[in-house]
Design a protein. Structure first.
Length: 173
């Protein structure tokens, strides 16, 4: 079975790629296909997240095992047919945790045809990839106070230089 998966960049402009993978390939193969299709460097950490029809983010499936035991599941542990068994199944893909390239992944077709190419294979491209990751409205965790600060709504969280106590010894220089 060949899965046709649409991968849509989370941006204002329409930018997406259709990628075909074999059902027995892993999420790691799909990761490599996405990196290739969108001309990403492929040198950053990434994760898939299970998702529902409303694109709510669920369980994380990382590129690498970051746990202490070395026994956590990674992309290489899940076959496409296991994690995305039917048309309409969805995941969210995040590449580069600093830039937060975010993609919506959806199975758009499953075809019973013979694999004649090396998969994954980009079969359709639409839109141009921006040079920088689109900005997203994200919640920022304040590690000192263990509270979440909304980056747009909490103007009080911003500190000005007038609010800082400067070392008075600097006046001697």
């Amino acid at each position: 079975m060949i899965y046709k998966i649409r991968v849509i960049l989370d941006t204002k402009e329409d930018v997406f790629r259709d990628i075909e993978v074999r059902d027995k390939q892993t999420l790691f193969s799909l990761y490599k296909g996405i990196v290739s299709a969108f001309s990403l460097q492929g040198e950053e950490l990434a994760s898939f997240y299970e998702s529902n029809k409303d694109w709510d983010q669920g369980r994380e499936i990382p590129l690498e095992d970051m746990g202490d035991t070395g026994n956590d599941e990674t992309m290489a542990d899940f076959q496409i047919s296991e994690i995305l068994p039917k048309v309409g199944d969805r995941m969210i893909f995040v590449y580069d945790y600093m830039e937060m390239w975010t993609f919506y992944v959806e199975v758009i077709a499953i075809e019973d045809k013979k694999a004649v190419f090396n998969y994954p294979l980009t079969v359709y491209r639409f839109g141009s990839m921006p040079l920088k990751a689109p900005k997203r409205n994200q919640d920022i965790l304040d590690l000192e106070e263990d509270e979440i600060i909304d980056s747009e709504d909490d103007a009080e969280a911003e500190t000005s230089f007038d609010d800082l106590e400067l070392d008075t010894d600097l006046d001697d220089f």
